[in-house]
Ligand binder design. Structure first.
Ligand SMILES: NC(=O)c1ccc[n+]([C@@H]2O[C@H](COP(=O)([O-])OP(=O)(O)OC[C@H]3O[C@@H](n4cnc5c(N)ncnc54)[C@H](O)[C@@H]3O)[C@@H](O)[C@H]2O)c1
Length: 274
């Protein structure tokens, strides 16, 4: 018996990294999956994003666990693409019980006043508005069923400030606010809304994780020591693992959390406690 038997989850940014980890964890717990990703690079993001092959690899591994899987190339900056992905998922899988807003990028670019309109707007558009759009795409269906769970990945940057990162920090703080507001709006319909705030997450080679290295390069942190550098900010001297975040998401999506909504959960090896 899996903890998510019979459930269907839509995961954005599922080609690799934490998104792939969540897909595998949900598949192991019995959930069928709608997996979305942009599957192409974005001008203004200084590292490569997920590829079609990586999205198919995530799907292949989940299918091998016995799950039904549907993939959709969709950019969280585009409401029509998200609506189309949800329509495809509903036609193939019949329902969506859980949304995981995982897609996101980091792109430290300089002090707040030196950011261009483009640098500011891009991060807000993906990391904050993308969460709102994916929620908009699934909420009518969830309201109709009077049931649903919306989970979003904020960051330690959603709880504290970082220099040279005002666009990311603002977007991730926005995810915290959006989570609280949506929890209030959706409680009457039996829909729970929660978010997690991971500290620095290790780029697991098995998951093709890439973000921490990308952000390190843009911050000018030496690549031979970027893992130690990021871990040194945590209270426990270790990076977070993608599976730590996935385990929290399985718990938050499960019946164990039937009365948990509006929660902002720090998963950061003590970082924000310091
Ligand atoms: N890596 C970290 O240390 C860390 C820490 C805290 C929070 N986060 C957050 O965790 C989430 C996942 O990060 P990750 O470490 O797995 O990064 P990653 O770069 O390895 O994976 C992110 C995935 O999202 C996809 N994506 C990016 N922009 C998209 C868009 N516009 N539409 C659809 N898909 C898009 C990418 O193609 C990629 O497959 C992000 O929201 C990130 O901000 C990461």
């Amino acid at each position: 018996m899996g903890r998510l038997d019979g459930k269907v989850a839509f995961i954005t940014g599922a080609a690799r990294g934490q998104g792939r980890s969540h897909a595998l964890a949900f598949a192991k717990e019995g959930a069928d999956l709608l997996l979305g990703d942009i599957c192409s690079d974005i001008d203004g993001v200084g590292y490569p994003l997920g590829s079609p092959q990586q999205l198919e690899e995530t799907a292949r591994r989940c299918t091998a666990l016995g799950r039904r899987v549907v993939t959709a190339v969709c950019d969280v900056r585009d409401q029509a693409q998200l609506d189309a992905a949800v329509a495809l998922g509903l036609s193939e899988l019949r329902k969506i019980d859980i949304l995981i807003n995982n897609a996101g990028v980091g792109s430290p670019a300089g002090p707040a006043w030196e950011l261009s309109e483009q640098q500011w707007g891009l991060l807000l558009d993906i990391d904050l508005s993308g969460v709102w759009r994916a929620a908009k795409a699934v909420i009518p269906h969830m309201i109709e069923r009077r049931s649903g769970v919306i989970l979003s990945t904020s960051s330690s940057a959603g709880l504290k400030g970082f220099g040279w990162d005002a666009n990311y920090v603002t977007a991730k703080h926005g995810v915290v606010g959006l989570t609280k507001s949506m929890a209030i709006d959706l409680a009457p319909f039996g829909i729970r809304v929660n978010c997690v705030c991971p500290g620095s997450v290790r780029d697991d080679a098995e998951l093709d994780g890439r973000m921490l290295r990308g952000v390190a390069e843009e911050f000018g942190v030496p690549l031979e020591s970027y893992e130690q550098e990021f871990a040194s900010h945590h209270l426990l001297p270790a990076l977070m693992e993608a599976r730590d975040v996935s385990a929290a998401y399985v718990w938050l999506a499960s019946e164990d959390c039937a009365r948990v909504t509006g929660t902002i959960l720090a998963l950061d090896a003590g970082f924000t406690t310091k």
